[in-house]
Structure formats: structure tokens, C-alpha cells
Ligand binder design. Structure first.
Ligand code: ADP
Ligand code: MG
Length: 627
């Protein structure tokens, strides 16, 4: 069984020294900071009394960056200098990000290691720097409120964030002068905010409908430990889409006039305002003065609004169904936590209650619940609660493995495995006298290397020359509590070791993750065949290579001319089959040749035992060890 390691949740503090610890929800649309005050987690407001900081930054050559509402005010006027929804670009390469950037009218520049950068009047900035600017404002807000420098922060990330995206978030925090105690998954934070961790056990669904994204996560709580069973969602579905649905309806009601870009943006804003009011009222009037050429007002009832957004709500439920399937639950969920401003829409609440057959938890403000949970966890990790025994386990979104001979992927850590985790497997050499091993780390669900995503390469050198298959190389995959992967390879005889921390040059968007998963399902049968063929070819190739070198060494001495001819004849036949596509035929011929050469192999074995007894060892083999 796998070794599952659980990290220490921080050390006990000195008796009366309380650390200043904060939880930060670094959101796509809005960001918040919270801390424990008077035994309660509370979000911290700015000097204007606002707790939500719009995740928007405006850059200019004349002044330092503007963050939040002030930046939002400049969005229409200087779109390319006003960066929004930057979370979507975290840890992603410029190639990856191109489509998203075009949609948002940003100018892209190639950064280090192919990472994306945006060109603004204030210079080129990376998503990490933009996020750092947002985090810096929240840090200053906390410093001002708490009266001193922050000792540590818990920053939340979507559960599906991969290594690169998590690393980018950590880098942003460091750049903003924050010490990261831990990255925490958003759904886990929401569950902690509701104190669901104090129950004996249970299964929790976290339904998060924000401004531009939808995330669903299934968590399991057991003996005070949270485990993320599965995650799913839609990166292009959120409150903005509800706004658009309503805006399009209004436009139609008004006879579909042609609007200027600026007017359409105003219509969107008016629709958003109406949508938010409709969460409390049965009908509202939308003022179209300055929005529509004809002005006037239009009345919209909640019923109309609901009929407009029902298809979108249903889409979220489909994602929920899939996620439940992924979680492989026997029974239903015990609790549903609602997160994100859009869960204020009554229809959303009803549909979710209906789907899960439970009343969702809505008591904590859905905008604040993630920051609140992060603040509680930060308090524990900072050591402010010596009794704190909360352990949080997260999940990896895609399987991690390495390349083996034949272009095959051996999965070491399967997808949805909870982290931190450490898994090891033994591998061996393929060729006689092989002294180095190429370790190629891959991510994905498909069977062939070419269909998975390459994360990193490294080499293990210093393997003593031995016959193929004799070396024992232990490869260990370790994913830490923040989701960062370290892979090490160790040759057991000499102890030669080599390792790498995987920080891929860019990460995957969850859309890509979804695509990779989808294609692994749809290619399952084809992959199985490809794998079988690759394995049979490999087996055949190994036998052929072994026999070639054995014939060269001992063919004359240990075999009669007829025996030699029989073996080489069958070898030629196998060689021809290996080039074809028939896995079964390769298998049958490999078996045949194997049986035919059995006697030869045992004669060779006898010979080498006799040689060994006579004191002749393999030391005479050429040594090309480089380390
Ligand atoms: P994110 O997680 O993406 O940062 P939030 O959780 O802050 O986003 O959610 C923002 C979304 O919530 C916006 O689309 C906003 O219109 C919507 N929202 C906020 N309040 C309400 C409300 N009362 N009724 C309906 N939608 C709301
Ligand atoms: Mg959010």
C-alpha cells in the first residue's frame, strides 16, 4: 500500500505569544483578507469600509499601480493597462494563455521560461506580479488593522490548481512580502469556516459559483482529517454569464438595436445590478437611460430571470453529477456548502437543494466564507491554538507518472490521490551495462507518453554496469502539502541518487485538465490496444537483444550448428512481426522463441556459475561510471 504522509500542523507556540496570522482568498473577481479577532474569524475592511477588494490592477508609467475599485474605474478608459481576472493566467505559458488574452484585449509578451507577461504603459508585468500587487494591498490592510507585520498567511487556491499554478501563487505571496504558512484549497477552507471539521465524519459538497467560474468539490471528513475526493466544474461559467443572459433578453425586449461597445458594457452593468436586486425582490425595473438609444425602463420579474438562467444552472448540476461519480460515493453527501456571490440567486439555492436532497449551508456570507476558513487555518498553523489538530488533505488533479521503455507511461500517483503523498516504485535497466537512467516525468491519464504532458526530465548516473534487469532503481514521487512534486531516483546497490523538484515552466488550465480527462475516457480502448502492442514489442525486442548478445558470446561454444540455425530463424521471424501491428502474433512468436532458447539460457547459466565459482567476476566489465 501507498505511504501516506501527513504534515505537522505547525509547532506549539511560546505560552502567551500570539502570532499575527491571516487568511487570504485571492479570487478571480474579488480578494479578501480575514483574521481571528476575539475568538472569531472576521474579514478586514479597508478605510472605506469595503471588505471585497476587486482583483483588478491598473498600471501606468506615471505612478505606482492602482489596485481594486480605483483600477476598476479606469477599465473602460484604458483596457490594456487594467488587468482583471488575472488568476486565469497564473502559472500558464504564453501559448496556453493566448486565447484568453485575446478575449480580454491584453497585449502579451513572452516572459522567462515561456511564461506569459502583459505589456502595459507601466511596463511588462507577469500574472505573479499582478497577484503580488493585489496581495500587497491586503497585507497592508492587515498590518494597519493588526498593528504590526504579519507573521504568516494561508492563501487559498482552487482545488484543481496544478503544481505550476500553486507555485505561482506562492511566488506572488513571497513577492508581496508574505510568509506562506500553507496554500489551502478553497472548498476545504469553506468547510472549515462552517466548523464541519468538528464532526466525527461526513461527506461535504462545496458548490462555488463566483463571477466567472464554477467549481464543485466533494470532501470527506474522517477522524478530523479532510480529504478532497474529487473536483470538477466549468472555468467559463459564473455570475457574468447570468448578467449576459439578462442583458441579451433586455436587448431583445427593446427590439435589438445596435449598441456601441461602451453601451453594451453599461447594459451588462445594469443587468448585473438588476440580477443582484432580484435575489431579494420579485421584480425590478432596469433604467435604460443612456444605455439604450431610446432610453426608458424595462421591468423584469424573478420568474423571467429564472427562465433565462435555468440552462446555466442546469449546466452546474451536470458538473455536480460528474463530480459525484468521480468521488465514487456509496451514499449521498451530508452537507452542502455554498460559496461565491452567485449562490445568492434563490434559483441556484433551490436547484442545488433539489439536486443533493439537502438544504445547503448559507449562513456565512458566500463571498467571505473562503477567507474565513483560511483565517481559522492560519491561526492553527501559526501555533495560536496548541490543541489545533486540523489536518487538511488535498487531491492531485491529474495522474503523475514516468516514461518506461516503449513510450509507455507508468502511473505512480493516480489522479485524485490525496496529498501530501509519497509513492515509490522499483524500476530496472533495459540494456546490459547500462550506467545511466533517463527519468521523464509526465502528467495525464493516457497510456502513451506522446498523449501526456511532459513535466520534467532528469538523469540518474552512476549505476554499476550489470546485466539488463539486475539493477534496482527506486523512484519516489513526493507531493507536498502545497501540491509541489519532488521526484528522486536511487540506485539501491551504490546508493547513487538524483532528484528534481518539478516546477514546470507553465501549468494547465482546468479546461485543459478537463480535456485531458475527457480524451483519456474516449481513448480508453484505443489506449489499451496501443499499450498492449507497445508492451509486446518491448518484450520481443528485449528477447531479441538478449539473444543477439548471447549468441555472439556463447553461440559457437554452447550450441550446435542446427540449434543456432533454428534460433536465428525464429529470431528473424519475430523481428519481422515486431515491425507490424499484431500484438497477439508478436506475443505468440516471443513465447515460441523463448521456449526454443530455454536450453541455451540454462547452459549459459551453468557456465557463468562455474566461472563465478572459479573466482572470475564481472569486474572486468568496462566501467563508464561518471559519478
Ligand atoms: P470570485 O470567486 O470569482 O472572485 P465572487 O464570489 O466574489 O467571485 O462572486 C462574484 C459574483 O457574485 C458576481 O457575478 C456578482 O454579480 C455575484 N453576486 C454578488 N451578489 C449577488 C446577489 N445578491 N445576487 C446574485 N448575484 C450576486
Ligand atoms: Mg471565489
Amino acid at each position: 500500500m501507498a505511504l501516506l504522509q501527513i504534515a505537522e500542523p505547525g509547532q506549539s507556540p511560546l505560552p502567551h505569544q500570539v502570532k499575527r496570522a491571516v487568511g487570504i482568498d485571492l479570487g478571480t473577481t474579488n480578494s479578501l483578507v480575514a483574521t481571528m479577532r476575539g475568538g472569531r474569524a472576521t474579514v478586514l475592511p479597508d478605510e472605506r469600509g469595503e471588505v471585497m477588494l476587486p482583483s483588478v490592477v491598473n498600471y501606468s508609467s506615471e505612478r505606482s499601480p492602482l489596485v481594486g475599485a480605483d483600477a476598476v474605474a479606469l477599465a473602460a478608459q484604458s483596457p490594456a493597462d487594467t488587468l482583471m481576472s488575472i488568476k486565469r493566467f497564473m502559472g500558464r505559458g504564453s501559448v496556453d494563455a493566448l486565447a484568453d488574452a485575446q478575449r480580454s484585449h491584453y497585449r502579451l509578451a513572452e516572459g522567462d521560461e515561456g511564461l506569459v507577461r502583459f505589456i502595459t504603459s507601466g511596463g511588462a508585468v507577469s500574472p505573479v506580479e499582478v497577484s503580488a500587487d493585489i496581495l500587497r494591498v491586503l497585507r497592508q490592510r492587515a498590518v494597519a488593522t493588526l498593528g504590526g507585520e504579519i507573521d504568516g498567511a494561508v492563501i487559498t487556491v482552487p482545488a484543481y490548481f496544478d503544481e505550476a499554478q500553486r507555485q505561482a501563487t506562492k511566488d506572488a505571496a513571497t513577492l508581496a512580502g508574505l510568509r506562506v504558512l500553507r496554500l489551502m484549497n478553497e472548498p476545504t477552507a469553506a468547510a472549515v469556516a462552517y466548523g464541519l471539521d468538528s464532526a466525527e465524519q461526513g461527506v461535504i459538497a462545496v458548490y462555488d459559483l463566483g463571477g466567472g467560474t464554477f467549481d464543485i468539490s466533494i470532501l470527506r471528513l474522517q477522524k478530523g482529517v479532510f480529504e478532497v475526493l474529487a473536483t470538477g466544474g466549468d472555468t467559463a461559467l459564473g455570475g457574468d454569464d447570468l448578467d449576459s443572459a439578462l442583458a441579451d433578453w433586455v436587448l431583445q425586449e427593446c427590439g435589438s438595436p445596435t449598441l456601441a461597445a461602451g453601451q453594451y458594457r453599461q447594459l451588462q452593468a445594469a443587468a448585473r445590478d438588476a440580477k443582484e436586486r432580484l435575489s431579494d425582490e420579485q421584480e425590478v425595473d432596469i433604467d435604460l437611460q443612456g444605455v439604450m438609444p431610446a432610453g426608458g425602463t424595462v421591468r423584469v420579474t424573478r420568474e423571467t430571470f429564472e427562465s433565462l438562467v435555468l440552462p446555466l444552472v442546469k449546466r452546474t448540476l451536470r458538473a455536480c453529477r460528474k463530480c459525484l461519480r468521480d468521488a465514487e460515493l456509496d451514499a449521498g453527501v451530508d452537507n452542502i456548502v455554498m460559496v461565491g456571490g452567485s449562490t445568492r440567486v434563490p434559483l441556484v439555492r433551490e436547484a442545488v437543494a433539489d439536486f443533493f436532497k439537502r438544504t445547503p449551508l448559507i449562513d456565512i456570507d458566500p463571498d467571505q466564507v473562503v477567507a474565513v476558513g483560511a483565517a481559522i487555518q492560519a491561526d492553527i498553523l501559526a501555533g495560536n491554538r496548541p490543541e489545533g489538530d486540523l489536518l487538511l488533505l488535498d487531491v492531485i488533479p491529474l495522474s503523475l507518472g514516468l516514461e518506461t521503455m516503449g513510450g509507455l507511461v507508468e502511473k505512480i500517483v493516480p489522479r485524485n490521490t490525496t496529498i501530501p503523498v509519497s509513492r515509490a516504485q522499483e524500476f530496472t535497466t533495459f540494456k546490459d551495462g547500462q550506467t545511466a537512467l533517463a527519468v521523464h516525468i509526465l502528467q495525464g491519464e493516457r497510456e502513451m507518453v506522446s498523449d501526456c504532458r511532459s513535466l520534467a526530465h532528469f538523469e540518474l548516473r552512476g549505476i554499476p554496469p550489470m546485466v539488463a534487469g539486475a539493477a534496482r532503481i527506486r523512484v519516489t514521487f513526493q507531493v507536498d502539502a502545497d501540491g509541489l512534486l519532488n521526484v528522486s531516483a536511487r540506485e539501491e546497490i551504490t546508493g547513487a541518487e538524483s532528484s528534481i523538484t518539478v516546477k514546470p515552466s507553465f501549468g494547465l488550465s482546468d479546461e485543459e485538465i478537463a480535456n485531458m480527462l475527457q480524451s483519456s475516457f474516449s481513448h480508453a480502448a484505443e489506449d489499451k490496444q496501443a499499450r498492449q502492442l507497445a508492451e509486446e514489442r518491448l518484450g520481443a525486442w528485449q528477447l531479441l537483444e538478449g539473444l543477439k548478445s548471447a549468441l555472439k558470446a556463447d553461440g559457437e561454444a554452447l550450441l550446435s550448428a542446427e540449434e543456432r540455425e533454428a534460433i536465428t530463424g525464429q529470431m528473424t521471424e519475430l523481428q519481422a512481426l515486431v515491425e507490424g501491428q499484431d500484438a497477439d502474433a508478436i506475443h505468440a512468436q516471443t513465447e515460441r522463441l523463448g521456449r526454443l532458447s530455454e536450453a541455451f539460457a540454462s547452459r549459459r547459466m551453468d557456465k557463468s556459475i562455474r566461472a563465478a565459482l572459479a573466482g572470475v567476476s564481472l569486474d572486468s566489465l568496462d566501467d563508464e561510471v561518471t559519478q
